[in-house]
Write a protein that binds this ligand. Structure first.
Ligand SMILES: O=C(O)[C@@H](CO)OP(=O)(O)O
Length: 400
């Protein structure tokens, strides 16, 4: 038996006037997910437990079958695991976004939480400058993917609160700076980065090309090293993770899974959709389980770009779901779970806590349809009346 999770990050949304009351998922042309929804079980599942912030960290931990209430210790420690950065017991890891802040009438506004989706190569130069100027025994800066990076505070404080920058788009940052013990040290680092990045060759080149400058760092998602059972220990399966972003790969590392890097996987709209699907089919030849994650719909939604989100959903359906479903029968009996990790409503430009629509399909008919649906959407999932309140229990159904 082969098992696969196909996850479109942030794919779920809300009804939109400009789509005559349909959601992007309803509006998009998704023949593969629609056909699967008619053959399998669809319903709603809650991926973010009560009291947690609706982030991809908590939501994907749930989909992997881990109860965040028992193992979650912050986003950045998971990303550090992917980057091969060992955290000591006294170390605190922080997600470091390269962002674009906009000065306006004496205030600073979050213009772009991704600094114009800066390239990884450009970002590496800026992170190297940060390490050279501000790094040392206490702080260490590590490059990641595009705008997503890591800072480790040796012997740091962790009774702190932050606001994710993608929750602040076009808002003044002054009421959302780090708070708690040691916050002033972190605010000084952010201010120092602004001085360092002003006139930096990378930003000079970006502004000459009419691209958003990375003119500040933004720290959030902090925490200490997580403690998690592997999926082998939990469910008795081996497997692999396919994703472009360190968060998902980091969960995979902590879960004892193989990490498969696919050329052209960017974590953005231009990712290698088909390549990820083909790599998943190849991986399943020698493994029980694969978790395939595509970031693109979420990035489009965070940018408030409806057409890009629809295009990302359609590409996910055609090139990821379609390719995988066509290749699975050759591998024998199989089970498929298709879902987003959380909604990212394009008009809100950030995540919500709402439950997500899932499709659960078994080639041996293990998960028969409940009622008749026209296709895969939030409304169709709601119509079956199936509602899994503890999303982390879904993995046991898939693998059970
Ligand atoms: O990587 C990130 O910073 C966020 C926002 O884009 O992605 P996700 O919502 O998937 O956590």
């Amino acid at each position: 038996m082969k098992y696969i999770v196909l996850l479109g990050d942030g794919m779920a949304d809300e009804p939109l006037e400009e789509l005559s009351g349909r959601t992007p998922l309803e509006h998009a042309n998704t023949p593969n997910m629609d056909a699967l929804a008619q053959k399998g079980e669809i319903g709603l599942m809650e991926t973010v437990p009560q009291g947690f912030h609706p982030g991809s960290d908590v939501a994907n931990l749930s989909v992997f079958g881990y109860d965040p209430a028992t193992c979650y210790s912050g986003r950045s420690p998971l990303e550090a695991a992917s980057m091969g950065v060992e955290l000591g017991p006294e170390d605190v890891a922080f997600r470091l976004n390269l962002v674009t802040l906009l000065p306006h009438y004496g205030k600073l506004y979050m213009e772009d939480f991704s600094a114009g989706h800066i390239t990884t190569a450009e970002a590496r130069e800026l992170i190297a400058s940060l390490q050279e100027e501000l790094g040392g025994d206490e702080f260490h800066f590590y490059p990641g993917v595009s705008y997503r990076h890591l800072m480790v505070w040796k012997g740091g404080k962790d009774k702190l609160t932050f606001t994710p920058p993608h929750d602040l788009t076009h808002q003044s940052i002054e009421d959302h700076l780090p708070r708690g013990e040691g916050a002033e040290i972190l605010i000084n680092l952010m201010t120092s980065s602004q001085m360092l990045f002003k006139g930096h060759p990378v930003n000079d080149r970006r502004m000459d090309a009419d691209l958003a400058p990375a003119n500040s760092i933004w720290l959030w998602g902090h925490g200490r090293a997580p403690r998690m059972e592997t999926m082998k220990e939990k469910f008795g399966v081996n497997g692999a993770v396919i994703s472009a972003v360190d968060l998902i790969k980091g969960i995979g590392v902590c879960a004892g899974l193989d990490i498969i890097d696919v050329p052209g996987a960017t974590g953005y709209l231009d990712t290698n959709y088909r390549g990820k699907a083909e790599a998943a089919l190849e991986a399943l030849k020698t493994r029980d389980f694969v978790y395939l994650h595509v970031e693109a719909p979420d990035e489009a939604a965070h940018s408030g770009n409806l057409q890009d989100k629809i295009a990302a959903i359609e590409a996910f359906d055609e090139l990821v779901v379609g390719t995988v479903l066509a290749g699975l029968p050759a591998l024998g009996d199989h089970r498929v779970l298709v879902l987003p990790d959380h909604p990212t409503p394009v008009r809100k430009m950030t995540h919500t806590l709402d439950p997500v629509p899932y499709i659960l399909f078994g080639s041996a008919g293990e998960f028969p349809p409940v009622g008749k649906v026209a296709g895969y959407s939030e409304k169709a999932a709601h119509s079956t009346g199936l509602h899994l309140r503890e999303g982390h229990a879904m993995m046991r159904r898939l693998l059970g």
